[in-house]
Design a protein around this ligand. Structure first.
Ligand code: HEM
Length: 410
């Protein structure tokens, strides 16, 4: 059967001779890929852990439909250490940003393959290239939507969490296949050139890898180098290190917070959703406010008359920032009145996805889990959830419901 394309490559990037960088070759791609693998493994693991941290099997917590959920990755998210979710999300967002320059460099190193001619010569190659298209597509999608989300920029008209979750599954499967298929190339490159040896060469000693006439990334007719491989790897590493500071400061806190120039919320105690944007008014939170607990109800003064406890606990947002504050209020387990089950929490917030959450039995039973009435010794401000909010160790920020209207223990 005749191939559907002419034998001679069209002019331009389809001609192998038009790719001239002496740095491209299997070693560079294998090396950039190996570092990228370490970073994307952290990002993928923390991503799926964050999904588990929402306790999607409880109440209304699920965002992904139950039949599509990778249930084997779910488990009861622990309440200790209290900084667990802050660490998880700090890593997910910061390492995700750090991996961006590396991903771009990796894609640059393999770009001649996008213009390979003939595009496909066998059904096996067709399958491999389709898997590569899924890998590149899902990687670009995940990084673009993740970065946009962490910048609180939502240009997309689809549900971010759902799309990010499904793309992550495609990405992990395609990446596992890719690494398995490329393992022989990686091992050969390291065997022939050493794992780190090419980084020792300065510009004067930088040479092209041997060209493989059956394809391969090393160019047929390389230009003279203008940067060494270690210069390239160093530039990518420096970009990653800068991003680590510009983004990671929001998770580390303290003096580093002011360095987090790429973090959209740099205040020491950020607010994601103000009372106004949530539609919560002073009328709703004023003297007429009552907390419904099952069929009982409490005024704020009655709650303040109950035993008060103060806990220093972090609150950590899925977008990466976290901050530790001193919260005072009533223990959830004291309000549970002997019930040892879950707790369905509802907010006064009239709209939005964050108006309800279900806490697990362990989260309710933990002695540090509070219905907070004060923070740092002062009444909560409206934007921090006055008259009362949930604060539970290691719970994702969005489930620390603000402006609580009712608690239902089961
Ligand atoms: C975000 C993840 C990744 C993307 C988007 C990506 C993309 C690509 C693409 C488009 C190619 C060219 C495929 C072809 O047509 O042959 C390629 C080749 C390759 N990749 Fe990746 N890759 C990723 C991760 C990795 C990782 C983690 C490793 C190593 C552990 C790796 C090692 C390689 C190697 C060795 C090649 C072949 C180079 C050659 O043929 O000389 N890649 N990659």
């Amino acid at each position: 059967m005749r191939a559907p394309w002419p034998e001679d490559p069209p002019p331009g990037p389809f001609r192998p001779s038009s790719w001239k960088s002496p740095l491209r070759g299997p070693w560079l791609t294998a090396f950039l890929g190996s570092i990228l693998l370490a970073l994307v493994t952290i990002v993928a693991v923390t991503g799926f852990l964050s999904h588990a941290a929402y306790n999607p099997s409880l109440g209304m917590n699920a965002i992904v439909p139950a039949e599509d959920d990778l249930g084997f990755l779910l488990f009861d998210w622990p309440t200790s250490p209290s900084w667990l979710y802050a660490l998880n999300q700090g890593l997910h967002v910061t390492v995700g940003f750090v991996a961006v320059p590396l991903l771009l460099a990796k894609l640059w190193s393999v770009i001649p393959r996008l213009f390979k001619w003939p595009p496909v010569v066998s059904p096996a190659e067709g399958i491999e290239r389709a898997a590569i298209a899924l890998l590149v597509g899902s990687a670009l999608f995940l990084f673009a939507t993740g970065v946009a989300n962490a910048q609180i920029y939502y240009p997309f008209r689809f549900n971010f969490v759902l799309a990010h979750y499904y793309a992550a599954i495609v990405f992990v499967a395609a990446l596992a296949l890719h690494v398995a298929v490329k393992t022989p190339v990686i091992l050969r490159a390291y065997r022939e050139r050493g794992v780190l040896k090419p980084l020792r060469d300065d510009l004067a000693h930088t040479e092209s890898e041997p060209h493989d006439p059956h394809g391969g990334l090393a160019p047929e007719a390389p230009d003279a180098p203008t940067i060494s491989r270690r210069g390239l790897v160093g530039a990518v590493g420096a970009a990653g290190a800068l991003l680590a500071v510009f983004v990671g400061g929001q998770s580390v806190g303290g003096p580093f917070r002011s360095l987090a120039l790429f973090a959209p919320r740099r205040q020491s105690f950020p607010v994601n959703k103000t009372a106004r944007s949530a539609g919560v008014t002073e009328e709703m939170t004023g003297d007429g406010w009552r907390l419904a607990v099952g069929d009982r109800s409490f005024t704020r003064d009655e709650l303040l008359a109950m035993p008060q406890h103060t806990e220093s606990l972090p609150i950590a947002c899925v977008e990466g920032w976290s901050t530790t504050q001193s919260w005072t209020g009533v223990r959830l387990r004291d309000l549970a009145g002997g019930s040892s089950g879950t707790c369905f929490v509802e907010s006064l917030q009239p709209r939005g996805s964050l108006r309800e959450a279900t806490l697990s039995a362990d989260q309710v039973a933990n002695e540090r889990s509070l219905l907070a009435l004060k923070v740092n010794g002062e009444d909560l401000s409206m934007d921090h959830g006055y008259p009362a909010r949930i604060i539970v160790p290691a719970l994702p920020g969005v489930h620390n419901t603000k402006w609580v209207k009712s608690l239902r223990f089961s």
